[in-house]
Write a protein that binds this ligand. Sequence first.
Ligand code: HEC
Ligand code: HEC
Ligand code: HEC
Ligand code: HEC
Length: 116
Amino acid sequence: MKFLRTLVATALAVAVAMPLAVQAAELGADRHAKVGVKCEACHGTDKANPKTPDFATCTGCHKVDALVEKTKGVKPTNPHVSPHYGTELDCTNCHMMHSESQDFCAQCHNFKYQVP
Ligand code: HEC
Ligand code: HEC
Ligand code: HEC
Ligand code: HEC
């Protein structure tokens, strides 16, 4: 019982804290929802069997050539093209949709990317 009450209290505290947390760091899926991109656009319409989005899912809307062009001025080097992976590195190595995005290149380089 005590455990259950603690659990409920914790859940409530989290629920109350949520709006602030969301404001502080809105995740990729939330930003997509804001521009009208719903869950189904990435996960398909079959709710019983949702698909995991891949490169083709993202590039269905974000054309690779246009993307590479758009970020060609990013210093010190364009994140969307590299000598190692060309333009074919999976988007979700950097752009997470339900958690904080990551700088994949930082494993080896210090480019200091701010990944949206
Ligand atoms: C812009 C694309 C995009 C949108 C929109 C999106 N997701 Fe996702 N979702 C992803 C990606 C990519 C992953 C893989 C893990 C990650 O990157 O966070 C994922 C993972 C998940 C997972 C974990 C299971 C899995 O397939 O790995 C669930 C559950 C999920 N999403 C639910 C939702 C729901 C519910 C919505 C709508 C509110 C939504 N997603 C909107 C891209 C999206
Ligand atoms: C149904 C179309 C659609 C799909 C699928 C989609 N996006 Fe988007 N995305 C948009 C639109 C529209 C915007 C807002 C306009 C813009 O910045 O291009 C956007 C914005 C973005 C941004 C800009 C920063 C931000 O978050 O606001 C990133 C990064 C991004 N998308 C990555 C992804 C990735 C990674 C995937 C695949 C997991 C994906 N998108 C799938 C339509 C889509
Ligand atoms: C190595 C990490 C990395 C990978 C992989 C990556 N991106 Fe990005 N992306 C970035 C960074 C960093 C930025 C911000 C660039 C800047 O500073 O303007 C960005 C910006 C964007 C933007 C916003 C562009 C703008 O200026 O409006 C979109 C959309 C986007 N990425 C989509 C994608 C898609 C789709 C893929 C897969 C085809 C992808 N990204 C793969 C790191 C990455
Ligand atoms: C597993 C380690 C590793 C990862 C991850 C990695 N790199 Fe590299 N990269 C290297 C090594 C090693 C070199 C060659 C050494 C050098 O010239 O600095 C290199 C060289 C480069 C060069 C050429 C540098 C020059 O001086 O001509 C570019 C550009 C580059 N990487 C971009 C990227 C980008 C963009 C990413 C992320 C999408 C990335 N790298 C991810 C290890 C890595």
